[in-house]
Design a protein around this ligand. Structure first.
Ligand code: KG4
Ligand code: ZN
Length: 339
């Protein structure tokens, strides 16, 4: 039997819709919100309004590009959380109404679980190897940084997480103090490609176990810039590439050190990364280098599936649909993380 799932994502500043059918992604549409750039971060009220404007056209484009009719949809999956409450309310209200109108099941999806299942997304004809269970996933996004043992599609155990900032937040905050626009992570990545990662060094946090901390490196970076700017007002402009390469190197180091420890502790060599920061070239390259040394089998999502997207919501919806894990119309979004 053929199963078709519509996925809706609206947790932050991207409005997404995607269609997943029988193991493959048929369409994946996203509307980014440029409105936040000049504010140096996402403005929740503006995000909600933009979602409201974007959601119907984005869903329409996803359905048309998939070449299906609305009536072919078997279930409507949506991001229940975590994320911005006003933004989540737009996607969840739309999904509820759409499921009700189609008389099809509604399926709530945890955004973080979906980032991990993005590793299984394939387009028709794509035969790239999929991760085997159990695998270890370093989940790195704008709001979360976790080490997760993935035992099955819907069975996951968190074995480490950040005690303060997320790694994406660290990238964005460092970029902000350099005067770069939001989101700064991709720009640091771009400039880092032309810089020397050993030009400057920043202290590494000493955190026990498999937890992470990024607030120290962020503060050290702020003081480092302040001190250099005292002597040279053009320090950032003149050293932009080296500064970006060095801070990226430090953040990647913190992440990869814990991943190596987690692999040693658990004995798991099937390794994956997911979430927005998994788009980072420095992190991708470093994981591939380490894989040779530690004999890891590595899985990295396609760029379009690293950052927020609805394809990951639709595939998670699919795995919940086949287990009949449906949600009723009384569901409300959750802003903060829930296991
Ligand atoms: O997963 P995501 O799209 O949204 C959340 O769920 O938070 O992650 C967004 C985060 C932002 O902090 C952004 O700066 C970071 O991912 N990011 C990157 C790169 N692309 C996105 N950070 C470093 N290098 C990149 N290439
Ligand atoms: Zn995300």
């Amino acid at each position: 039997m053929s199963i078709t799932i519509l996925g809706i994502e609206s947790s932050c500043d991207d409005t997404g819709a995607a269609v997943f059918r029988d193991g493959f992604i048929l369409s994946n549409k996203i509307a980014n919100q440029e409105v936040h750039k000049s504010f140096g971060g996402v403005v929740p009220e503006l995000a909600s309004r933009a979602h409201q404007q974007n959601i119907i056209p984005v869903v329409d484009r996803a359905i048309r590009e998939a070449g299906i009719a609305k009536t072919d949809i078997d279930g409507v999956a949506f991001t229940r959380g975590p994320g911005l409450m006003g933004a989540l309310l737009v996607g969840s209200s739309f999904a509820k109404s759409f499921a009700l109108a189609l008389k099809k099941p509604l399926i709530e999806v945890n955004h973080l679980q979906a980032h991990i299942l993005s590793l299984f997304l394939r387009k028709p004809g794509d035969t790239k190897k999929k991760p085997e269970f159990p695998f270890l996933c370093l989940l790195v996004s704008g709001g979360h940084t976790q080490l997760v043992i993935v035992k099955d599609y819907l069975i996951m155990e968190i074995i480490g997480q950040t005690i303060d900032d997320a790694s994406g937040e660290a990238f964005d905050k460092c970029a902000k103090v350099m005067g770069l626009p939001y989101p700064g992570g991709p720009l640091i990545d771009k400039y880092a490609a032309s810089g020397n990662p050993d030009a400057f060094s920043f202290p590494k946090p000493q955190i026990n176990g498999l937890d992470f901390s990024f607030s120290g490196v962020k503060t050290a970076f702020l003081y480092f810039l302040r001190d250099h700017l005292k002597n040279d007002a053009n320090f950032i402009e003149e050293n932009k590439y080296d500064i970006c390469a060095s801070i990226q190197h430090s953040i990647v180091d913190i992440l990869v050190d814990k991943l190596i420890s987690a692999s040693k502790q658990t004995g798991i060599k099937e390794i994956a990364i997911a979430g927005g920061v998994s788009a980072n070239t420095g992190l991708r390259n470093r994981i591939l280098e380490e894989s040779v040394h530690h004999k890891w089998e590595v899985h990295i999502p396609e760029f379009q599936f690293s950052t927020d997207n609805a394809a990951m919501i639709s595939i998670t919806g699919y795995y919940k649909y086949i287990q009949e894990l449906f949600t009723d119309q009384s569901v409300t979004p959750f802003a903060r993380y829930r296991p």
